[in-house]
Design a protein around this ligand. Sequence first.
Ligand SMILES: O=C[C@H](O)[C@H](O)[C@H](O)COP(=O)(O)O
Length: 221
Amino acid sequence: MESKRAAAEQAVEYVQDGMIVGLGTGSTAYWAIQKLGSRVKDGLGIQAVATSVQSEQLALELGIPVLSLSDVFEIDLTIDGADEVDSDWNLIKGGGGALLREKIVAAASKELIVVVDHTKQVQRLGKFHLPVEIVSFGAGQTQRKLQKLGCIPSLRLHQNKPFITDNGNYIVDCDFKEIKCAEELESSINRIPGVVENGLFIRLASKVMVGYPNGSVQELG
Ligand SMILES: O=C[C@H](O)[C@H](O)[C@H](O)COP(=O)(O)O
């Protein structure tokens, strides 16, 4: 917890008055939102765009004004977590099921600061099963197409029922063991009818903050 908190809080130092800030999702982004909330209480004037219903609720509870992404031309800075980060700062995201909104928000941001603890750093992506958001119609067909790309897909469940995203879709977690060409795979997956988006974030991160248990943070970028 201390590693995640340290990384998240350091990222929040980049937030300046007047900015539109993208709020990530998950247990690391949680700390960034908390810190932003306390800076807002101290007078920081920002507006935010959230990547999930959960983060939006937290922001509102903390007094952070939240805008709809459609009402925003560009986001100045987004702070978000990741499930894996490789040496080129390519990411796997979506462990919490928020990957679609996270990718839309990241793509609308001038800067994406990724906040992780040191356990998320990997040589090659793929040990963490890649989350893919799919529509429920024909989910079995879509999973078979995913399998043909070389993975073992499994439908994510929550209390014995399919997990439903904020967008009303399913998540399939794909075990690729090791992802050799992440950029190619990202496109191949998204070409499957029924796939909405996948959790590979290629060349979207502009900085990575890596937190350690003693509270120190390594800043990459
Ligand atoms: O869907 C969830 C997001 O992509 C999270 O940012 C990611 O799963 C990392 O979460 P955490 O910070 O809780 O490890």
